[in-house]
Design a protein around this ligand. Sequence first.
Ligand code: ATP
Ligand code: MG
Length: 569
Amino acid sequence: MTTNKTPEEGRKSLNFIETIIEKDLHEGKSNGRIHTRFPPEPNGYLHIGHAKAICLDFGLAQRYAGKCNLRFDDTNPVKEDTEYVDSIKEDIQWLGFDWEGRLFYASDYFQQLWDFAIDLIRKGLAYVDDQPAEIISEQKGTPTQPGVESPFRNRSVEENLDLFNRMNTGEFSEGSRTLRAKIDMSSPNMHLRDPIIYRIINHPHHRTGEKWKVYPMYDFAHGQSDYFEGITHSLCTLEFEVHRPLYDWFINQLATDDYRPHQTEFNRLNLTYTVMSKRKLLQLVRENYVNGWDDPRMPTLCGLRRRGYTPESIKNFINKIGYTKYEALNDISLLESSIREDLNLRAPRVSAVLDPVKLVIVNYPEGQTEFLTAINNPEDESMGTHEIAFTRELFIEREDFMENPPKKFFRLSPGQEVRLKNAYIVRCTDVKKNETTGEIEEIYCEYDSQTRSGMPEANRKVKGTLHWVSVTHSLEAEVRLYDRLYSVENPGEDRDADFRTQLNPTSQHILKNCRVEQHLAGAQPFEHFQFQRLGYFTVDTDTEKEKRLIFNRTVSLKDSWSKEQAKKQ
Ligand code: ATP
Ligand code: MG
């Protein structure tokens, strides 16, 4: 048995699919070959649910020295597009997986599938039905009642061959005829009640152009494609369990040897406050409820990437939730804690003020600038330090000052002292207010010059520490804060609910007048930072386009959201 376990993986117990694989290897099935595939339909962008499937398909191949193909199941030309093909490839690579040149398309097999359909007709196992899809579906019956046989079920082989050929030359209109497998209209499994295997579609295909007028149904293409590629373990989500007998039926008609791809089903990833259906995600994009597939609020991989998620954080999350045979709804705060853990180790600490108010240190010399040392990451000394400029005029967070504070307000208020992070202790002496609105315009402080790091009074205790930036040595920035896209916990649950009423109307807050320390000049898209006290932030891709600094908040420092929800309940 060949295994390729890293020490980390070796320590974990096996999931049920790994147990199956190890047993198959032990028994010498498929000559010890492990060959999986990831089979997306290129009709949308990948989301974090797909990442769960990708980590399994590619991860098992890695772990057991096997292979994993990327195969686009492109059987519906109306919904598919090369834009999706390209984005899917990019996202898989971003996650760190490689199909090693084994890139296939179900459309590569259109000829083989056609030949197989002809074969089924010749064997009397498929027929052309002239009824529209609605009638066919009515005749299907229910799980407890047998279906009704089509009046066209017993056409001659010659007539079927003739009609099927003519369906493919454009002679018949869409929907006027289908090809159905002749299996069993009273099977307890509805999928075996003469399923449609080909339909007419008058739409060019993104790869085969105008060549075909009939297209195989997904169920007809999927299992056979696995067979053509020599897949040993076809892994898919639980809803396909009931399709398995149909896939097996097709392959039993097709196969000339003993080899069979073996299908195993696992539970889908469902996340709280998240919708994962591609159809619904497409609707959010098309109807402008979000700004594109890569909107940082989307559960798409490109959205998560833009938001600041790393491949490691996604893979760690998926590792934690694991694979089972039971549907579950996973808490999105588990995903958030996974990115927190990851960015805690890799994000340099910097200062940014989101809602600035000016603080003037009246006893600090005008025109003087001191460069103080800020540690980049207390978790990792090797990340070094950088300098932060201290001057007479600073910005602090407006909410860090209160003129008449309640008890236990350990931030700044008249007469009180606070420490300015990496700098001095200051005491508030006065404020200037706008005469008409009463808004605080400036806060005045005196600093204690002996309280800087390395000085005699450096360790003097004060209750609060505030972040700040220098007025003259800081940069303008836009900061985008995000909340959950949906306000209901399980938006997919109620199928009849109008999703517009489920959306969180305040899922995005754009703050235009933020200030960040000068150290962030030149920060590049996808760079990660921790803004002291505010959370983890990532440079947005618009920064490049608009030539100004724009940050997305990836996640706050603590899971304050769950706490607030708990309080409300
Ligand atoms: P649709 O939303 O159109 O039904 P889909 O989400 O099933 O499509 P596919 O392109 O068919 O999208 O998915 C490719 C693979 O990803 C399939 O094997 C599918 O089982 C898996 N997959 C899709 N969604 C999830 C999910 N939420 N969790 C785990 N795996 C998923
Ligand atoms: Mg699907």
